[in-house]
Design a protein around this ligand. Structure first.
Ligand code: ACO
Length: 429
């Protein structure tokens, strides 16, 4: 039995009436927290497909309608009109900044972009061929050893400063990791450049000649950062929150988020998409790739397709697809992989297997082609995602710190191991 406010569940001879919470938008949620106490039962939900882990006012997704809102603003409006730094402010503070607030935030971020010199020794300790995600993960965790003045979680100013430092320093660390991997000297952040141009300068400037920053590249990257900035309780953000729930410091939390992002089922998909498109190689091989993706025995999935929440077009994928054509056109890049990607998308969207399972291109499907056109190396793709997502991670971490209902995250399990048994001495086994 259910009405808008409560649901009654029967468990054997017991029954319990549970409250139902509704947010501003979205599905009602049955509050099961009293269930174990009143019925002795837990709930089972592998992968948390039906479980809300917190209340949050940051981002809303309607996966069936293909809607994504940051603090209520549709993603396409932000993509069209805003900048990444403004979006970061919005995610963290809940409102778009006025000119003075934006100036102050921008100033704070710009003046915290330097990396502690000692961090260079960490980077120098990696093998030359270390994956930049490995370097980013380790270096961001190590920030907690440098900024003791922002580790008091009870102090709102320290929390704010940790958020600013993470947004400011992650691009510096990311660019340094890349330059280390190719043997180039590290570049210091330049305060006279905006957030994205500063990052591009740290990535690509060489001592031998001045760098001409292309505004098309900077604009495209800014847009990609906006599109990746937040996505409610995805695996990496949930990881940041789970680690945050223990009272761990924000640098450790975000480093854990970076680790979660790395997997090919999550942020690692953008790198995997490009590798897949390169492997497919030409449009005539698309059909066999589709057949392989449908064959469960093959172990192959169409990377950049499917999403836990979107059962319709990922609105970010629509924006990125349009932008891919524009950016490649403006930069005069003729990439044969774009043709392969378009053919693959077209074939999958017509195929019953993908239609029935509601598998649409996700944010990662086209982003790799743009990164490639922007001359971002493939192994840096997931790092790019991490730079954008840092805004969301810190916004969620900050929200969690003042949530009166926040508790340590501690799921239960269905135990499937051996029943109680007695220890046997080794000579009797
Ligand atoms: N190619 C082929 N089949 C797929 C794909 C795909 N990309 N994605 C899902 N399926 C199939 C599954 O085999 C399953 O089929 P079945 O019902 O016959 O068993 C069905 O669609 C449902 O898939 P699940 O894995 O149960 O869906 P889930 O919500 O758990 O996974 C995920 C979502 C991980 C994104 C999945 O679609 C996937 O692996 N996609 C490829 C990787 C990718 O692009 N990841 C990026 C996601 S977006 C992001 O993190 C930014």
């Amino acid at each position: 039995m259910s009405d808008l406010d409560q649901v009654t569940l029967g468990a054997g001879d017991k029954s319990v009436t549970l409250p139902v919470h509704t947010g501003t938008l979205g599905n009602p949620c049955i509050d099961i927290s009293r269930l174990p106490k009143e019925t002795g039962c837990f709930t089972y939900d592998a992968g948390f497909t039906a479980t809300a882990s917190c209340k949050s006012a940051i981002t809303y997704i309607d996966g069936d309608a293909g809607v994504l809102l940051y603090r209520g603003y549709p993603i396409d409006q932000l993509a069209e009109n805003s900048s990444f730094l403004e979006v970061a402010y919005l995610l963290i503070n809940g409102e778009l900044p006025d000119a003075k607030q934006f100036e102050a935030f921008s100033h704070d971020v710009t003046h915290h972009t330097m990396m502690h010199e000692a961090l260079k020794s960490f980077l120098n300790g990696f093998r030359h061929d270390a994956h930049p995600m490995a370097m980013l993960c380790g270096s961001v965790a190590s920030l907690s050893a440098f900024y003791h003045d922002t580790l008091d979680l009870n102090d709102p100013e320290q929390r704010r400063m940790a958020a600013v430092r993470l947004i400011a320093k992650i691009p510096t660390i990311a660019a340094a990791a890349y330059r280390y991997s190719i043997g180039w000297p590290i570049r210091y952040p330049r305060n006279n450049l905006d957030y994205v141009s500063r990052f591009l300068h740290m990535m690509f400037e060489v001592p031998s000649e001045p760098l001409e920053l292309n505004p098309v590249v900077a604009k495209a990257l800014d847009l990609l950062f906006i599109l990746h900035a937040d996505h409610e309780q995805n695996a990496s953000t949930s990881t940041v929150r789970l680690v945050g729930s223990t009272g761990a410091n924000p640098y450790a939390c975000v480093s854990a988020g970076i680790a979660a992002l790395w997997g090919p089922a999550h942020g690692g998909a953008n790198e995997a998409v490009l590798k897949m498109l390169e492997e497919i190689g030409t449009p005539d091989k698309v059909e066999s790739a589709i057949a392989r993706a449908k064959d469960k025995e093959s172990g192959f999935r169409l990377m950049g397709f499917g999403h836990r929440v979107y059962k319709n077009f990922d609105p970010r994928a629509r924006i990125i697809r349009e932008m891919t054509h524009k950016v490649l056109g403006e930069l005069g890049v003729d990439d044969p992989l774009l043709e392969v990607a378009m053919k693959l998308e077209e074939a999958a969207l017509k195929d019953d297997y993908f239609v029935e399972r509601k598998l649409y291109p996700n944010v990662d499907f086209y982003s790799g082609i743009i990164y490639k056109a922007l001359k971002i190396p493939t192994e840096m793709f997931t790092v790019m995602f991490a730079i954008g997502r840092t805004a969301g991670w810190v916004a969620h971490w900050l929200e969690q710190q003042t949530d009166p209902e926040a508790k340590i995250g501690r799921p239960r399990q269905i135990y499937t191991g051996a029943d109680t048994r007695d220890y046997l001495a080794i000579d009797r086994r």
